[in-house]
Write a new protein. Structure first.
Length: 522
């Protein structure tokens, strides 16, 4: 008898989502994780001091809120397994050194009121942008959680209407081009241009314009979900669901190879030589640069195209800190109250500075202008730290390899201190009790999906998007030449971030196994 019906390589949230759906369909699922903890990029750990819970990677769950997994509570993660979110009124806020702030509220009228302090014209334009984002959202949302439409069919469909052609135009534009077309005030342009940076790309990168509408549409309809207890609460709920349906999760089990019975994926070999078999197939969080090494039977052309996928030059550097008390921003809201948001963008003096910072990364240089983002989620979920204390999660963008040749392991403390010092330009009395820093090299060590520190797996370029993500051959989650081997991870459609995209992989595998996916429930 096989060790499992389905073996899942990696316990990142996408793999767990796929495993949970198939476990609920009655399949014996075995999830193998190389680390001693589970969750991949959706994990909460005591990285600094006892009692301080930090989200090591993702800290708020945005795009998964539109996934039927949570929207319809398909698997009972909320109703049965304890997953809870809070949705603050201000998901994102830009903060400048001169004391100006610009919040994005879930209520577009409130956002327009804030924008009007900079430009009445821009406030009116924003309301039109908000309306357009809401109109486009249902179509965009419908394509995020299922296998992507073939690129040719998608293009032909959109080219049939004026609205479709407008979406295509916006999809081809850079965020900078879009902002120049829409707004007149530089701070308003920079505020929305900074959104592109959260996708690890410059606002000048072509084919990023649609991101501003997607981001705004989700922000206003769903908000930024702050998981109570930490990002890892989603992982914990998924594991509880899998185990409740007879599945097994193993830590410290690194997969060395996927083997076949001649045509079909039949099991895996672990690093320690242990051989595990499966009856129905394998789901693997196998980065395209790693895939050919783990699957020796991969067809040569598929392997070659997988290996040549491109990685973004803007990797992430993060700092997690335990604080003696909440952050005290030097500026306050216009009504005198302290600032409150899920994500604070500490903005450089000028829009041009922000754009040039990304330019340097393209050449493998360190950005001359820090682009620090900060989250202080204990502001919304006090359960993550001792009473009266706080935490922060800060990030900036750096090259994977330092241009001065120093290894990140030797330099990361110095860079972390620089980030904290930069925060001091915006925040008073920053009392850090302890901090933990992750360089791009640490990111890659944490998860092979974060190849060269790319938290989205591979770059989110047009030629690596939709049904061509990561390559045209692998864009439908199946692996050509190896029947019943399926892929899952941030390098597949729809991309990096907490989407719950493993649902699409589960849909494809369910179809191949003759399972009615629409009937799967916890």
């Amino acid at each position: 008898m096989a060790d499992a019906d389905i073996i899942v390589i990696g316990s990142g949230h996408n793999g767990l989502v796929a495993a949970a759906y198939l476990a609920c369909a009655g399949k014996r699922v075995l999830v193998l994780e190389r680390n001693q903890w589970h969750g991949g990029g959706v994990v909460s750990r005591e990285l600094t001091l006892p009692g301080f819970t930090h989200d090591q990677h993702s800290m708020s769950h945005i795009f998964i809120q539109g996934n039927p997994l949570l929207l319809n509570d398909d698997l009972g993660l909320k109703s049965k397994y304890g997953l809870r979110y809070v949705f603050p009124d201000v998901p994102m806020m830009s903060v400048w050194e001169d004391g100006e702030t610009l919040p994005l509220h879930r209520d577009p009228a409130k956002s327009a009121e804030a924008i009007a302090r900079f430009s009445q014209k821009d406030a009116a334009t924003f309301l039109k942008m908000s309306e357009q984002a809401a109109q486009w959202l249902p179509m965009i949302q419908s394509g995020l959680y299922s296998p992507p439409m073939p690129l040719g069919a998608q293009t032909a469909m959109m080219d049939q209407s004026a609205e479709g052609r407008e979406i295509m135009r916006t999809m081809g534009m850079s965020t900078f081009d879009l902002m120049e077309e829409l707004f007149e005030h530089d701070k308003v342009k920079a505020h929305f241009g900074r959104v592109a940076g959260e996708n690890l790309v410059s606002p000048d990168e072509k084919a990023t314009g649609i991101g501003a509408y997607v981001f705004l549409g989700f922000l206003e309809k769903f908000g930024f979900g702050v998981p109570v207890g930490g990002s890892g609460s989603l992982t914990a709920a998924l594991i509880a669901c899998i185990e409740d349906h007879g599945g097994t999760i193993r830590a410290g089990a690194e997969v060395r190879e996927v083997f076949t019975d001649g045509s079909k994926a039949a099991g895996v070999v672990l690093d320690n030589g242990e051989r595990l078999t499966c009856a129905d197939g394998v789901i693997g969080a196998l980065h395209p640069h790693v895939l050919p090494d783990v699957v020796p039977s991969l067809p040569p052309q598929v392997a070659r195209n997988a290996k040549r996928t491109h990685i973004t030059p803007a990797a992430c550097f993060t700092v997690h800190a335990a604080l003696n008390g909440p952050l005290k921003f030097k500026t306050r809201r216009h009504d005198g109250e302290p600032l409150s948001a899920v994500m604070y963008e500490l903005m450089p003096d000028s829009y041009e500075d922000m754009r040039r910072a990304f330019d340097e990364l393209r050449y493998g240089q360190m950005s001359p202008t820090p682009l620090v983002g900060v989250g202080q989620l204990t502001q919304h979920d006090p359960s993550r730290c001792p009473e009266g204390k706080a935490i922060f999660h800060a990030w900036d963008y750096v090259p994977y390899e330092r241009p001065d040749g120093r290894p990140w392991d030797a330099a990361k403390g110095e860079f972390a201190e620089a980030i904290i010092a930069r925060m001091g330009h915006y925040i008073d009395d920053l009392e850090v009790l302890a901090y933990h820093a992750d360089s791009p090299v640490d990111m890659e060590r944490t998860s092979p999906s974060f190849f060269r520190g790319d938290l989205h797996g591979i770059a989110t370029t047009t030629y690596q998007s939709g049904s061509h993500r990561p390559t045209p051959e692998l864009g439908q989650y199946r692996v050509p030449g190896v029947d019943r081997l399926y892929l899952v991870g941030p390098f597949q459609h729809p991309g990096g971030g907490v989407f719950g995209a493993g649902r699409a992989t589960a849909m494809v595998m369910a179809e191949d196994l003759g399972i009615d996916f629409d009937e799967i429930r916890a």
